[in-house]
Design a binder for this molecule. Structure first.
Ligand code: DC
Length: 225
C-alpha cells in the first residue's frame, strides 16, 4: 500500500441524513464523496432493466461487475441514461436493500467502492463503510435519528423532487428496511466498535456537519477552504 489516503466513514440507517452530511463534509474538506447506497440502487435499476430476478445471486453479481456507471455534475448515469430521479425512488431503495443481503453481490461491488478512495481524501456513506469497505478509516461515525424523524425527512425529500410519498407508508417501509439491513448475515447495519455515535433527531444539518468536521480536526485533518 502507498501513502494512506484519509477516509471518513459515515454509516447509519436509511434517511438518517448521512448522505447530506457526508456530501457537505466532503465539500468542506475538498475531498471525494462516495454514496455507496447509490451503487446498490444502480444495481437494482440495472436488474429491473435487464429483468434479472432480485433473488438470482449469481446473475446479480455478474451484472454488478459490469455496471456502466458515471457520476458527473451531480447526476448519475447508467448505460448512458440519466437515472438520477429513478435512483431515489422508494421501490429502488427497497430492491437495493434486498439485493444487498446477498453475499456475492456485496463482494462484486467491493472493488468499485474502494476505487473512490483517492487523494486528497474520501468521505463515504453507507452501512458497512467503517466495518468492511474502509476499515482503516481514521474517523467512523454512526449517524442515526428516530424512525419518525427519518420518515418525515424522507417525505420532504421525495415531495421536493416531485415524487409520490406518504409518511405512514414511508415509516413502515423504513422500519422493514432497517430490520432487513440489520439482520442480514453479511455486513449487517450496526455501529463498529470504534465508531462515534451521532443522533441527529434534534440536530440541524449544519450542526451535524460541524460535529464531524470538529472530530476530523481533532484527529489532525484540517479544512482546506
Ligand atoms: O443508503 P440507501 O438508502 O441509498 O441504500 C439503499 C440500500 O442499499 C440499503 O437499504 C441497504 C443497501 N446498502 C448496503 O447494504 N450497504 C451500503 N454500504 C449501502 C447501502
Amino acid at each position: 500500500m502507498g501513502a494512506a489516503i484519509p477516509v471518513i466513514a459515515i454509516d447509519g440507517p436509511t434517511a438518517s441524513g448521512k448522505g447530506t452530511v457526508a456530501g457537505l463534509v466532503a465539500e468542506k474538506l475538498g475531498w471525494h464523496y462516495l454514496d455507496s447506497g447509490a451503487i446498490y440502487r444502480l444495481l437494482a435499476l440495472a436488474a429491473f432493466k435487464h429483468r434479472v430476478d432480485l433473488a438470482d445471486e449469481a446473475a446479480l453479481a455478474a451484472l454488478g461487475q459490469q455496471l456502466d456507471v458515471v457520476f458527473a455534475d451531480g447526476k448519475v448515469w447508467l448505460d448512458g441514461t440519466d437515472v438520477s430521479l429513478d435512483l431515489r425512488r422508494e421501490e429502488t431503495g427497497n430492491a437495493a436493500s434486498k439485493i444487498a443481503a446477498l453475499p456475492a453481490v456485496r463482494l462484486a461491488l467491493l472493488a468499485r467502492q474502494r476505487a473512490f478512495c483517492q487523494a486528497p481524501g474520501l468521505v463515504s456513506d453507507g452501512r458497512d463503510m467503517g466495518s468492511v469497505v474502509f476499515p482503516e478509516a481514521f474517523l467512523k461515525i454512526f449517524l442515526t435519528a428516530t424512525a419518525q424523524a427519518r420518515a418525515e425527512r424522507r417525505y420532504k425529500q421525495l415531495i421536493e423532487k416531485g415524487l409520490p410519498a406518504s409518511i405512514a407508508s414511508l415509516l413502515g417501509d423504513l422500519q422493514e428496511r432497517d430490520t432487513r439491513d440489520a439482520s442480514r448475515a453479511v455486513a449487517p447495519l450496526k455501529p463498529c466498535e470504534d465508531a462515534v455515535l451521532l443522533d441527529t433527531t434534534m440536530l440541524s444539518i449544519n450542526e451535524a456537519v460541524q460535529f464531524v468536521l470538529d472530530l476530523a480536526l481533532q484527529r489532525g485533518v484540517g479544512q482546506t477552504g
